[in-house]
Design a protein around this ligand. Structure first.
Ligand code: HEC
Length: 105
């Protein structure tokens, strides 16, 4: 996954110079299948990631709990639907993704 992330970061830098991180993170989210249920701007099955960032802005202590929730799956925060576990993605990749999601403007 990290090799993949490195490759995507490089591709992102070449294709979208101003936002290499964004391109790399979207690539990782896509490879991790998050994008089957999420979008940065729009609510899909799960909440828009900008809405997630807005809700937890200024609450860095939430990061760990969110990482755990994405890894193990869970519900109750946004509606009746639940997020299935994403263990195959790996906790390190999930940390990278959640950290990025929380920085979205
Ligand atoms: C099967 C669909 C699905 C997939 C795949 C999925 N999610 Fe979710 N996600 C959801 C749903 C539904 C919720 C809302 C859960 C709730 O209401 O607590 C959610 C909530 C979240 C939240 C907010 C949690 C909270 O308590 O506020 C984050 C962050 C998140 N997802 C990140 C991810 C990441 C990163 C991935 C990929 C590794 C991912 N999701 C994959 C459906 C999904």
């Amino acid at each position: 996954m990290f090799l993949l992330l490195g490759g995507l970061a490089f591709a992102g830098a070449a294709l979208a110079a101003p936002l290499p991180e964004q391109a790399a993170m979207l690539g990782l989210a896509d490879a991790s299948r998050c994008l089957t249920c999420h979008d940065v701007n729009d609510t899909v099955r799960g909440p828009a990631w900008r809405d997630v960032a807005r809700r937890y802005r200024g609450k860095p202590e939430m990061e760990e709990a969110l990482v755990k929730k994405v890894y193990e799956g869970g519900g109750g925060a946004w509606g009746d639907d639940t997020m299935s576990a994403n263990k195959r993605v790996g906790i390190e990749n999930i940390k990278v993704l959640v950290r990025w999601i929380l920085t979205l403007p």
